[in-house]
Design a protein around this ligand. Structure first.
Ligand SMILES: C[S@@+](CC[C@H](N)C(=O)[O-])C[C@H]1O[C@@H](n2cnc3c(N)ncnc32)[C@H](O)[C@@H]1O
Length: 243
């Protein structure tokens, strides 16, 4: 299978075969399979799966998670540095003490955020998949990072457990177009409550499903499109939450 075929499948969503391959991949990752073994299992393209050991492991975990649950994971490819740089470019890091990340996946954004965050700031990264959160917690040992297995809908509770009540910045990698509409609305409504009045909500996703939700709840919404990512992504920056 060519890389393009793989990407097409990635965009089109999963079927039973995907889920089966996902489970095979997951078992092989946990047994410490070698590259050839795993490539045979999923015909995962060599050019996509190149890189160091932990990078490779992250990509295999992402492929397995996507194949098991395509609607929840959205894409099996990590965010590109173009997407990350563009999304984070406008953040005033001197104003960020508490940051939330929804759907960190394999942590491409997480690492970049930590590179910017001040020494006493905190990043709370929430993902529903234990495979991603286990990987993140072991791959990024940073005392500013709190990795939580759970849903973004419960962000307020997780913040309270850490003695926190407000976030200066929230970034979302959630696939809003495939989330249950009630869940998507709840996540944005609760984020508005959590954000400080000068806070910033950022989202990147394949489709524009999150845009109307943001426009109803924030006075300022800016959008952009980044082609240099697999898949290409819409970017949104929302500020001035209507409390
Ligand atoms: C497109 S992926 C993010 C990929 C990530 N940017 C990367 O570079 O690896 C979306 C992530 O959202 C997570 N997710 C989906 N629904 C969620 C929810 N309700 N709360 C938290 N995370 C969720 C998925 O498990 C997945 O890791």
């Amino acid at each position: 299978m060519s890389e393009i075929d793989f990407v097409k499948r990635d965009f089109c969503g999963g079927n039973r075969n995907f889920k089966c391959v996902g489970r095979i991949l997951e078992r092989r990752i946990s047994r410490g399979a070698d590259m050839a073994d795993v490539q045979n299992a999923a015909s995962y393209p060599t050019s996509v799966a190149s890189g160091g050991t932990s990078d490779l492991k992250a990509r295999l975990i992402a492929a397995a998670e996507f194949l098991k649950s395509p609607n929840t994971v959205g894409s099996s490819f990590p965010a590109s540095h173009w997407l990350i740089d563009r999304m984070l470019h406008g953040v005033d890091w001197s104003q960020v003490t508490t940051m939330l990340e929804y759907g960190p996946g394999t942590g491409a954004f997480t690492s970049a955020i930590l590179a910017h965050l001040r020494p006493h700031a905190r990043l709370i990264a929430i993902d529903t998949s234990p495979s991603f959160t286990d990987h993140l917690a072991s791959a990024i040992p940073d005392r500013r990072l709190h990795v939580i297995t759970g849903s973004a809908t419960d962000a307020q509770q997780y913040m309270a457990d850490l003695g926190l009540s407000q976030a200066d910045c929230i970034i979302s990698g959630l696939p809003f177009s495939t989330l249950e509409p009630a869940i998507a609305t709840q996540i944005i409504d609760r984020s508005v409550q959590l954000l400080s009045p000068d806070g910033l909500f950022m989202a990147y996703q394949m489709r524009k499903a999150v845009r109307p939700l943001l426009e109803q709840r924030f006075s300022s919404v800016h959008a952009a499109y980044e082609w240099r990512n697999i898949p290409p992504c819409h970017l949104f920056w929302a500020s001035k939450p209507n409390k």
